[in-house]
Ligand binder design. Structure first.
Ligand code: NAD
Length: 240
């Protein structure tokens, strides 16, 4: 049996699947990741994305933060691809219990997934730092320079976990619970280089840990099965 056949067989047999993914899940929807050859780390910017997307940078260079954020992180026309869609179908079929994602693009929900744990927040939620009023992503896209609140004039910040900021405790706890109980854990499209998210792999106790990636990761030796390829193409082979 080749790795993809083995993967399809395990999906068929498992009833408590959890998916944990990253930016590579959305590259086939046209959203660049950070670390692929055509990812954001390999493009020309004055600062690396990790610097621009840090709390310190946001506080000190808010205008430059928003210039990058609008250009590179707000991809509001992107549509879910085969991986997002198949994950939603697996959930509807009762086989998949949760999608845990490092992505902030909202494409899993757009595909119909209901239990989506967003470890790093979402571009679709933005709030006034002074009065708490909420704003959608379009408001940020259409505003100029640093967006401000219509009610009180306060600064608006995306509900996205920036570097140097902590993850939401409850989201982390729920993610750990789902992974601990899973009979199959599929990890796809993540370099497993961002912590503490990458550490979630340690909570899986089963024997069906599948890693799907176009390149190697520091955790390849932990996988029961490794598939090298495009996640959308691989997921589209799942038949329900
Ligand atoms: P990453 O850029 O560090 O790694 C992406 C990984 O996915 C790479 O190992 C790459 O080889 C692989 N990959 C790319 N396309 C793939 C495909 N079609 N099929 C299979 N594998 C593919 O991303 P990360 O690990 O998620 O960490 C980066 C951080 O930046 C995360 O916090 C993430 O949320 C954020 N980010 C999010 C988005 C988004 O919301 N779409 C986009 C860029 C970065």
């Amino acid at each position: 049996m080749n790795p993809t056949e083995q993967f399809l067989q395990w999906v068929k047999e498992s009833g408590n699947i959890v998916f944990f993914g990253g930016a590579g899940v959305s590259t086939e929807s046209g959203i660049p990741d950070f670390r692929s050859v055509d990812g954001l780390y390999n493009q020309e910017y004055d600062y690396p994305p990790e610097t621009i997307l840090s709390h310190t940078f946001y506080m000190q260079n808010t205008s430059e933060f928003y210039r990058f954020y609008r250009n590179k992180m707000l991809c509001l026309t992107a549509k879910p691809n085969a991986a997002h869609k198949k994950l939603a179908e697996l959930e509807s079929a009762g086989k998949l219990k949760a999608v845990i994602t490092q992505n902030i693009d909202g494409l899993h929900q757009a595909a119909g997934s209901r239990t989506v744990l967003e470890l790093h927040g979402s571009v679709h939620r933005n709030y006034c730092r002074k009065c708490g009023r909420l704003y959608d992503a379009k408001y940020i896209l259409n505003s100029k320079d640093c967006p401000v609140c219509e009610s009180c004039g306060g600064d608006i910040k995306p509900d996205v976990v920036l570097y140097e900021e902590g993850l939401d405790d409850d989201t982390m706890r729920q993610s750990i619970r789902y992974i601990t109980q899973a009979d199959m854990l599929i990890i796809g499209g993540t370099s497993l280089a961002v912590y503490p998210a990458a550490r979630l792999i340690d909570y899986y106790r089963g024997s069906r840990l599948v890693l799907i990636n176009q390149s190697t990761t520091p955790y390849d030796h932990r996988a029961d099965l490794r598939i090298e390829g495009k996640i959308g193409e691989i997921f589209s082979e799942i038949e329900l």
